[in-house]
Unconditional design. Structure first.
Length: 177
């Protein structure tokens, strides 16, 4: 029987859910926040029914992924709207020196190695990147990751192993430079 998770349950999953939303939204913080808000609204309203067939975290991450996919499809259909939002964001960013300072500090915090690892992750095929993110950043088992992605555990394991091997190879190239 479907149930509606409590606000406290969702709150306890928020940090991980936001990290997952960032990946699903190609690291666009604003889009990730919108996707997460829509996901919470669906879960709390019962629009996305939690039936207990998986862990709550896997269920929530699946909802976030589906909402992000829906948003991407909607955004592709409305290219003019996206261009206008980007123009406004760039204008607002240039107009607010505090944001510029925050961005500069954020860039300084990133080490060269982290940037290289992030670039290596970004070059992985989408499914490998998703499985690795869920396993390493969200500390999910492959069974949980498979539930989030709607794939079989064997497929998740294959994407996990291939992704790790590709990262190992790319990181070996980085260390020899």
């Amino acid at each position: 029987m479907p149930s509606v998770p409590s606000l406290q349950q969702l709150e306890s999953l928020h940090a991980g859910a936001f990290g997952w939303a960032l990946l699903c939204c190609e690291r666009d913080r604003e889009a990730a926040a919108d996707v997460l808000q829509t996901s919470y609204a669906r879960v709390l309203s019962g629009g996305a029914a939690f039936e207990g067939r998986s862990e709550l975290r896997a269920f929530l991450f699946g909802v976030v992924r589906r909402v992000a996919q829906e948003e991407r499809r909607r955004d592709r259909r409305d290219g003019a709207r996206l261009l206008e939002l980007e123009r406004r964001r760039a204008h607002a960013h240039a107009a607010d020196p505090a944001d510029a300072l925050d961005d500069a500090l954020h860039r300084l915090e990133r080490s060269e190695e982290h940037a290289q690892l992030r670039a290596a992750l970004d070059r992985l095929p989408t499914r490998q990147r998703e499985v690795l993110h869920l396993a390493f950043y969200q500390d999910m088992t492959l069974r949980e990751a498979a539930a989030v992605l709607g794939i079989r555990v064997g497929s998740a394991r294959r994407h996990y192993e291939r992704g790790k091997a590709a990262l190992r190879e790319r990181c070996a190239h980085l260390s020899t430079r």
